[in-house]
Structure formats: structure tokens, C-alpha cells
Design a protein around this ligand. Structure first.
Ligand SMILES: N[C@@H](CCC(=O)N[C@@H](CS)C(=O)NCC(=O)O)C(=O)O
Length: 235
């Protein structure tokens, strides 16, 4: 029977958010939006994750990693009431927005947390603070080096600080303009892309990480009310 219940492996909640990882927050929000029962696995450890990243799920004896693949799996196995009415063009729009958020804006956020020394202190405490002191220091530095390398590999980390924040601010403005006066990104009903957008926006606006992204995000009123709306409905 426990095999039937989705086991969700993710980072520990922090900063008053469901999760300090935008991808973990995305998936948990999706599960709530889609009304799919799940349990938080007590023994989550990113070093044991099938693809070395969080979140992942266990279901019917299978481990599935990557939020995009997990959501596809969930749609097949639990139905797709959130997105079933979207037209092909709307699906294409949602996919484009998701890529902007996860494959572009996310990297500017990653830079703000892992590359900026003042923010790194806060980030380090949040993600590694529960570990014994020596392990904490060593592991945190190893992971930080890997993340900075992945920022370079992606390309975002090759730009100057101002350029990185410029890219992120352009993305935030694009999101604000896309949302306009709608309640959700695809109209008046929430769809799965809202889980992705909310997961990252809340991780910019509602975290103790100061950056030009947060400053700019706070000036875009419709994004702030959108996050409040998502929180009221799904947390
Ligand atoms: N494309 C993946 C991205 C997941 C991801 O980047 N997770 C980050 C946390 S937000 C992670 O676990 N990073 C650990 C690492 O890279 O070592 C998804 O959609 O699940």
C-alpha cells in the first residue's frame, strides 16, 4: 500500500517557504494543485538522488527524477485535469514560459545565491547547516565549486554580474507583461506552468537573499499579487 503513495524526496523547508529550492517547490505545488496524495520522505539526500538533483519521487518501486519527467508521469498515472483543456498553441506558450523560468531566469537566481559572497553565507547555512561542522564546511565548498562550474557550463556564469542581473530583470519584466491582469499565466484557471513560475518567483521575492532580481521583482506588483494568490490557493 505504501508503494502506492508517492514518496517525495526534496530539500528541507526553509525561510518560511515550502522549499528553498524552486524545483522542489514547483513539484510540491504541482502535487497540491493536482490533488495527488504524497508523503515527504524523511531520509531525502541529494547524494542518493538518481540524477544527483532534487526533487525526485518513488512510486510503485520506481524512482523518477526531474520535475518535467515526474509531472509527465503523474499526468499519465493520475490524469491531467490542470492542463487538459489547453489548446496546442496554449501548450506551446506554457512550454516556452517554463523554459524561460527554468532554463534562464533560474540561472541568474543560482548566481545570486552561490556566487555572491554575502548571499552564499545565508545559502550555505540553509542547505548545509544541519551537518556536523567539519563535514559542513568541506561539503559546502565542494558543492559550491560544482555549482559555479555548472554556471560556467550553462553560459550564464561567463557574464559580468551586471549582465547576469540584466538578463534576470528582463525575464521578470517579461513574466509581468505576460501575466498582465490575468489571475494565472494561462488565464483565469491555474495550470501546471504556474507551479514552475510560482516556485521560482517565491524563491526570489520571499527569501532573505538580497539581489537586484529581488529589488526589481518587488516593483512588479502583479507578480507579487500572483504569488499571494498561489499561496492562498495551494499552500
Ligand atoms: N531539471 C531539474 C532541475 C533540478 C535541480 O536543478 N535541482 C537543484 C536544486 S534547485 C539541485 O538538486 N541541485 C543539486 C546539485 O546540482 O548538486 C528538474 O526539473 O528537476
Amino acid at each position: 500500500m505504501t508503494n502506492e503513495m508517492i514518496q517525495l524526496y526534496q530539500f528541507t523547508p526553509a525561510w518560511g517557504l515550502p522549499n528553498p529550492s524552486s524545483f522542489c517547490m514547483k513539484l510540491e505545488t504541482y502535487l497540491r494543485m493536482a490533488d495527488i496524495p504524497y508523503q515527504i520522505a524523511p531520509d531525502a539526500d541529494v547524494r542518493k538522488a538518481p540524477k544527483g538533483k532534487m526533487p525526485y519521487i518513488q512510486h510503485r518501486g520506481r524512482a523518477i527524477a526531474d520535475t518535467e519527467l515526474i509531472i509527465e508521469y503523474l499526468k499519465k498515472n493520475f490524469g491531467d485535469k490542470l492542463d487538459q483543456d489547453l489548446s496546442p498553441a496554449e501548450r506551446a506558450t506554457a512550454q516556452s514560459i517554463r523554459c524561460l523560468v527554468e532554463e534562464h531566469l533560474y540561472w541568474a537566481v543560482l548566481y545570486s545565491r552561490w556566487a555572491e559572497s554575502e548571499n552564499w553565507k545565508i545559502n550555505k547555512q540553509t542547505f548545509f547547516g544541519a551537518l556536523p561542522p567539519v563535514v559542513r564546511t568541506i561539503l559546502a565548498e565542494i558543492v559550491r565549486r560544482q555549482v559555479l562550474k555548472s554556471l560556467k557550463g550553462h553560459g550564464m556564469g561567463r557574464h559580468q554580474r551586471d549582465e547576469i542581473y540584466h538578463f534576470g530583470k528582463v525575464d521578470l519584466l517579461a513574466l509581468s507583461d505576460l501575466l498582465g491582469s490575468q489571475s494565472f499565466f494561462m488565464g483565469e484557471r491555474p495550470t501546471s506552468v504556474d507551479a514552475s513560475i510560482y516556485g521560482l518567483l517565491a524563491n526570489i521575492l520571499w527569501v532573505p537573499i538580497e539581489s537586484p532580481l529581488k529589488e526589481h521583482g518587488k516593483t512588479l506588483d502583479n507578480l507579487a499579487s500572483y504569488c499571494e494568490r498561489m499561496k492562498e490557493r495551494f499552500i
